[in-house]
Design a protein. Sequence first.
Length: 247
Amino acid sequence: MGPTTSTTFADSVRALRAAQKSNRGAPIYSRLVNRPLGRLLAALAHQLGLTPNQVTGISAVFTFSGILLVAVVPPSPAMSAIIALLLMTGYGLDSADGQLARLLARGSPAGGWLDHVCDSAKTATIHLAVLVSLYRFAELPNDLILLVPLFYSIVDTVLFFSFILTDSLRRPSGPVLAEPTDSRPSVLRSVLVAPTDYGILCLIFLTLAWPAVFLTLYGVLMLGTAGYLFLGLPRWYRDVSRLGTSA
């Protein structure tokens, strides 16, 4: 159901701010940029009478258009900016669908399923698109560099799946993994987990036209994400081990 005739864009923004998910555990880009951007996009969607699933679909169009361009178009400064803009807009809309669902009290398992399917697809394909782009368009000093996006795809896919699965297993019996025990959002933690932030990955596509710069930033993010995964897996395993087994 769309907004009433008396509901303005500012009213929608205020209502969404009141329904905002906690920033606890959120990486720095998501916390400072993507969630506020998602709030504005969700308010716009609310004014247009869109459903959360429709917003998810629009997000997918932006995201996968950007990913396709990475793989098929030779990188240039202008194309790099277009790709980054498409990816960042898609990510903002990815935040907007959940915010809109909370505002409308219309969250559903089907909506969550659709959102996670789209997220899992982009998690894998964005790195495969980088692999194709490097192979087709970049002059690499060594072909072994092509292993970097392959390894990044594995790391990101395992991180996404293990985080979602562990959170799902814990949800009936405890807080979600993204929420530490302190009651206030930790800025330091947001900075430390920045390499895992998809928004930061979107931003570095601004440098895609300059392979040496892009690969340096991309490699740093890959190493940071891998480190986070390898440190997190034992902890998450201990968390689910304490849940016990069902009869």
